[in-house]
Design a protein around this ligand. Structure first.
Ligand code: ADP
Ligand code: MG
Length: 278
């Protein structure tokens, strides 16, 4: 579906260029959930935005390529193009769930208008009422009441806003969904609900989901494959189970070793620290 070859991308002018993605090659398949993990600043969001083809805020593709192999949503014919032209596929063939629901949704616009404004023309062929009822039943499928459509973003909880963003991204039956830290800053129960929602969408649409998260637990729960980003490079990629059970790169080993394991005794040092505080 997506072929990334020797990609270099970053920010700034040619004379003062800050690289953020440094020679990444990666193939993203049809019908898979692939995770991109790695610590903050490793280039995950930059890579995702480059795949999305969102060259704003000073982001530049310096070298290499991102090629998409899609199907034309009208004719079903193969559609092959480069990320510099992906913008015409946004909210249609490619959807994006950006980081931070509050900064993304317009605070002074009701959800219904925000959703319908962004839809491709073919979704808006019927009457407004007909579109609204399709939207309402789609949201209901994810446990979101119709009243969400009449709400302003601040009237919804953080978890609900995030679920709305995911639902909006899926409504157009995209072939590719890119989600940047969709569960970060949410409590674990809400996280779980959003992850299940993403899995359900991917199974239903049989499309491709690229999930960025610094949280390895998130990847462990839902991804088929995982790519580990470190200092702008992908240092390891493989089936999630294999990477977790047999990490190859030292950075991956360190990440996995740092994960807490429920059921194992807590470390004496941690208890000691609590003892000092008490
Ligand atoms: P991650 O998502 O893994 O935290 P990012 O892709 O956001 O990483 O950032 C990678 C690098 O690019 C960091 O060094 C960051 O400071 C830099 N960077 C990110 N966004 C911008 C920007 N808009 N302008 C300049 N530098 C940026
Ligand atoms: Mg990020």
């Amino acid at each position: 579906m997506i072929e990334i070859k020797n990609l270099r991308a970053g920010y700034g002018r040619p004379d003062a260029f800050i690289p953020a993605v440094d020679d990444i090659s990666l193939t993203i398949g049809d019908n898979e959930i692939i995770g991109i993990a790695g610590e903050s600043g490793s280039g995950k969001s930059t890579l995702l935005r480059t795949i999305y083809g969102d060259f704003t805020g000073g982001l530049k593709l310096r070298d290499g390529s991102v090629t998409g192999h899609f199907k034309d949503p009208e004719t079903g014919r193969p559609l092959v193009c480069e990320s510099s032209t992906f913008q015409k596929l946004w909210w249609d063939v490619i959807s994006y769930v950006p980081q931070g629901s509050m900064s993304v949704l317009n605070p002074i616009m009701k959800i219904e208008k925000q959703v319908t404004d962004g839809l491709p023309a073919r979704e808006k062929r019927g009457s407004r009422q007909e579109l609204r009822s399709r939207l309402a039943s789609f949201l209901a499928g994810f446990g979101l009441p119709e009243t969400v459509l009449d709400s302003y973003p601040h009237q919804l909880s953080g978890g609900m806003r995030q679920r709305v963003l995911v639902a909006i991204a899926a409504f157009v039956n995209p072939q590719l969904i890119l989600a940047d830290e969709p569960t970060t800053a949410l409590d674990v129960v809400v996280q779980k609900r959003i992850l299940l929602m993403l899995v359900e969408i991917q199974r239903r649409l049989k499309n491709t989901l690229v999930l960025v998260s610094h949280d390895l637990g998130v990847h462990y729960q839902i991804t088929d494959r995982i790519a580990i980003a470190y200092k702008g490079k992908i240092v390891e990629v493989g089936p999630t189970d294999e990477v977790f059970s047999n990490p190859q790169h030292d950075y991956t080993k360190a990440l996995i070793a740092a994960l807490p394991r429920i059921g194992q005794p807590r470390q004496e040092t941690a208890r000691g620290a609590v003892g000092v505080i008490v």
